[in-house]
Design a protein around this ligand. Structure first.
Ligand code: ADP
Ligand code: MG
Length: 313
């Protein structure tokens, strides 16, 4: 029986620049179409670190070239642009791979807004560095003129830091569900989603924030009622004592074990920790749900239970 699977693609599925992404998406599409061929319904989410960095830098240079003419581009708009650009490459690679295997299925990218809580404590403690390095003078100017938060980053210069609030809900969820039900392969929640919050009436305002793609994928998986959340990254399994002589790769993990290991500091914040937290939250969200963390190339083997770290109750 086919499952409904949300796949969260990490940085290695997309590469670091334009030519790398063109090549990387071909392998990514193969791994995804392997699952479709086996009868699973897939919904794809992805990160956007290098891509949104590139777009943000380009837009900042534009402003610098003529500040009167080009006002700074909001981060939420940069995230929207990154969803469009990554969706474009993924859509084409998936379309080609599906047609090559004789599978007649549409592929569509949904520009996805994800609601955050303006009272989220993350907003008073921005931690995520983004964009180019600045001199002290440039940084002071940004603080004064735009209210940016900046930090001095390890002696390399100054960088803007933004909040990484928790995703609350997905604005376009009904459209995503309808498209999945209609048999489309849907790409959604790119880069964790465009962060927005509700203001007066029905208005949504973009937030200067970056949502973690692992947490956004967890919300997406719950809201489309997926059976499985697969987080594809640069390691085949999750380890305890990672990188140490007594490193141990885990085949499975219960939520209680995960909480114990989290408490002992086994998972690095900003990389493996959000994945394990997202996996646990999804696995506990309803009976029968499970998560899997593995390598992109091992997605098919992982779904068959042959590798990866499975997280379930
Ligand atoms: P992605 O782009 O897929 O989100 P990240 O680099 O953010 O990838 O996270 C994956 C990385 O987390 C792995 O490549 C590995 O170096 C690191 N990592 C940190 N702690 C662990 C751990 N306990 N087990 C496995 N990998 C870990
Ligand atoms: Mg990551």
């Amino acid at each position: 029986m086919g499952k409904r699977i949300v796949i969260a693609l990490g940085g290695n599925a997309l590469g670091n620049n334009l030519p790398e992404q063109m090549i990387a998406v071909k392998q990514t599409a193969k791994a995804i179409v392997d699952l479709i061929e086996e009868g699973h319904e897939v919904i794809i989410a992805h990160g956007n670190g290098p891509q949104v960095g590139m777009i943000q830098k380009a837009m900042a240079e534009l402003t610098r070239s003529d500040p009167e003419k080009y006002i700074p581009c909001p981060l939420s708009v940069c995230v929207a642009m990154s969803q469009g650009y990554i969706g474009y490459d993924l859509q084409n690679a998936l379309r080609e791979e599906l047609l090559d295997r004789g599978i007649n299925k549409g592929v569509a990218t949904v520009l996805t807004q994800v609601e955050v809580d303006p009272a989220d404590p993350a907003f008073s403690n921005p931690t995520k560095p983004i964009g180019a390095f600045m001199t002290k003078e440039e940084a002071d100017k940004m603080v004064a003129e735009r209210g940016y938060n900046v930090i001095e980053d390890a002696g390399r210069g100054y960088r803007r830091v933004v909040a990484s609030p928790k995703p609350q809900s997905i604005i376009e969820i009904e459209s995503i569900r309808d498209m999945v039900s209609a048999g489309l392969v849907v790409v959604a929640c790119g880069g964790g989603g465009i962060p927005v919050y509700k203001t007066e009436g029905h208005h949504l305002k973009g937030a200067a924030a970056v949502i973690d793609k692992d947490f956004a994928s967890c919300v997406l998986a719950q809201q489309v009622n997926a059976d499985t959340l697969i987080i594809l990254t640069a390691v085949e399994k999750v380890a305890i004592n990672f990188g140490k002589p007594d490193e141990k790769w885990l085949d499975s993990l219960t939520p209680d074990e995960a909480r114990k290991y989290i408490g002992e500091g086994h998972f690095a914040p900003g990389s493996m920790l959000p994945k394990v937290q997202a996996a646990v939250e999804f696995a506990e969200s309803a009976p029968g749900r499970s998560a899997l963390i593995t390598l992109l190339e091992k997605a098919k083997d992982g779904v068959a239970g042959r590798t990866g770290t499975a997280i379930h109750q």
